[in-house]
Design a protein around this ligand. Structure first.
Ligand code: DGY
Length: 321
């Protein structure tokens, strides 16, 4: 008998075609984002769920949908899924690592550069007709080449950013992570392991790439920001919840750090109004992995994971095998 699955967000046509060849597919149309109640209703009788970071999978939801066996998320992050609850109920969860690493690292570096070199601020002034003349210190930012790049979270994406900083821009790379990298990898990346406090104190540009968890919640708050250089920039491509946005906005307003670049927000798609009015922050709408080839690769991997898991083979990238 064909299994029923839910594709909870609009997905590429090729993915829907592939899934429809094997399963009875209930595919959400248009740009609809299901509410938790709608998600629960649409998952009734479904063996598989193809989701994104916008759909939350909680223990309550799993209990209300006992036929659900596989959750495939088209994202590397999985903080929207209660993994322990899934494992306890033998629900297999998969995500989409690796295929987005380089694209996300490119974006992290671009955001760092735009932030340090005040690109958005300059463009806003120019478009508003505020660019009156050249002067020696007009929109003077900070250098990237030769500066100290601090990386909090040294997984695949953190390492790809370190490589760009070290090999491309001659930066001194320091990092903090739950575990230290092997010496040969540190050597290849030119990266030095430091404590979190040292990272905050020494970085000229600090980039957050750590996975979000209860432990990581607001791990950059007023106390941490107080350790940073007044000339430092902070870039967040991890999850909004790792930064206390009110504390960050206050620090930016009072020039206790120079600038921030944020691609993720605690209440996204809503953005903390305190950030919206500040000139020294670059804001982007959670697009670090958004190139067409990478998004198609993520969508395909999520489909392959779902097909494999529901047809009794080992999926390419399981989280709780
Ligand atoms: C991810 O893959 O986790 C990105 O943040 C997109 O959601």
């Amino acid at each position: 008998m064909r299994k029923n699955i839910l594709v909870a967000r609009r997905a590429p046509a090729a993915v829907i075609e592939q899934l429809s060849a094997q399963f009875d597919v209930d595919a959400v149309q248009g740009e609809t984002v299901l509410t938790p109640d709608e998600l629960r209703a649409r998952l009734q009788g479904k063996a598989g769920a193809y989701i994104t970071g916008s759909e939350r999978i909680t223990a309550d939801l799993l209990d209300a949908c006992p036929e659900l066996r596989v959750v495939s998320t088209m994202s590397v992050g999985y903080n929207h899924i209660d993994l322990a609850a899934c494992t306890a109920r033998r629900v297999l969860v998969t995500n989409t690592p690796d295929v987005l690493t380089e694209t996300t690292a490119d974006f992290g570096f671009a955001l760092l550069m735009a932030t340090a070199r005040r690109m958005s601020e300059g463009e806003r002034l120019l478009r508003d007709g505020q660019w009156k003349r050249w002067s020696w210190d007009y929109l003077a930012g900070s250098d990237i080449h030769g500066a100290t790049l601090g990386i909090l979270g040294m997984g695949r994406i953190g390492q790809a950013i370190a490589r760009r900083g070290h090999l491309g821009f001659g930066m001194k790379v320091i990092y903090h992570n739950r575990s230290r990298l092997p010496a040969d990898i540190e050597g290849q990346l030119g990266a030095r392991y430091v404590s979190k406090d040292e990272l905050l104190r020494e970085a000229d540009h600090l980039i957050l790439v750590l996975p979000y968890s209860a432990e990581a919640h607001h791990c950059i708050a007023a106390g941490e920001i107080a350790l940073m250089k007044p000339t430092a920039t902070l870039v967040n491509i991890a999850r909004g919840g790792v930064v206390d946005e009110d504390a960050l906005a206050a620090a930016l307003r009072e020039h206790r750090i120079a600038a921030a670049g944020l691609d993720v927000f605690e209440g996204e798609p809503k953005v903390n109004p305190a950030l919206l009015t500040l000139p020294n922050v670059v804001l982007t709408p959670h697009i670090a992995s958004a190139t067409m080839p990478t998004r198609l690769a993520m969508a395909q991997l999520a489909a392959d994971n779902l097909v494999a898991a529901l047809t009794g083979t080992v999926p390419p990238t399981p989280l709780n095998p």
